[in-house]
Design a protein around this ligand. Sequence first.
Ligand SMILES: Cc1ncc(COP(=O)(O)O)c(C=O)c1O
Length: 407
Amino acid sequence: MLYDKFLSPTGRHLHESAIRRMGTVAARSADMVSFAAGYPDPASFPWGELRELAADLLSGADPTVLQYGPTRGHEPLIEAIVELLAARHIIVTPPQVTITTGSQQGIDLVGRVLVTPGDVVLVELPAYTGAISAFKNAQARLVGVRQDDDGIDLEDLDAVCLRERRAGHRVNLLYLVPNFQNPTGLLLGLDKRQRLLEWVERCDMLIVEDDPYGALYFDDVARAEDTRPIRADDTRGRVIYLSTFSKTLAPGFRVGWVVAPAALIERFDTAKQSIDLMTGSLDQRIVHEAVRRGVLDRLAPDLRRLYRTKRDAMEQALREELGGHLRWLPPKGGFFLWATLPDGVEDETLLARALEERLVFVAGSAFYVDGTGHDRIRLSFSAPAVDRIREGARRLAAAMAANVVRS
Ligand SMILES: Cc1ncc(COP(=O)(O)O)c(C=O)c1O
């Protein structure tokens, strides 16, 4: 490339998210069915209420609505987040919270402030690709820890950490998504959450708890209590907690937040200053009004019902179209169905074939930091309408049939 010689080492090694790449593919054809990106259903956005409150905010009565503000965020929104957190048993004060441009920026800030190049960051096998990218861009070495049916395997965690430390590596951070993980949909067991807190204390580490999906539990199989954040029981300042309004209101607002000890929040804010000075004022103000006027609370039960219906539709369609060819654990919440392919079918080959059928999903291997996962695919049921989910399952069956025959 003409500009190669101008690139910095960071610029040269920037890591692209596989999911975003698949999003571009999905946009290529109007008739494409996308099970790729974990987008919310746009029909769930509270358009009418947002229109009304945005009009009020933009009346011009309050000039601060379009003005620069503090890097840490709009103070009334921070206070509202403190209340939302209390409802989830996380008791904090405003200096322990900062607003970020989506929780993705929160992960990036953690990487900038807490990762020394060459550090090991422990992640789940498989892990959210946005976190993989952020930590790789901070020049971390990512090492995976196995999961079983109720989330991260604590024995493997202990063994992996010990092995890496014995090899002379610095291991300070464990990143995980305890509620309806991206990509597996797994829910971390309550007992494991407690044991993780004891484990990080013993090993002198920090947990980065990323929780965008906690409110989206399906009440046929999970309760709000099952999603209790690890941070709720952290009395020693071992957990950095991240969440967002992206999945419960709308991702276009780019409003997320980080909870951490005040001393760390200050460092995150200083890092954020040179990136964007602040999260968009109008975004924050609209989100704040939506929380204040009860829109968020009213929406939550509807979202749980909506995504549960879509999960049911996807499971039923896959069962009908693919019989026993795919295996999966029924998702208990969130946006994703994580499927295991039959022997001899490989994720990327199947994806190439699916694209010919105008279906896109994310190949399982994109989520693994150890090069495995070729026997898995991630199917997101959140965005497509129910009839498109059925059509997608038909296309997947066609791709699979061709794949099995060819391979
Ligand atoms: C696990 C996880 N963390 C973070 C994010 C980023 O969310 P936001 O829109 O708040 O940046 C996502 C989005 O898909 C996610 O799945």
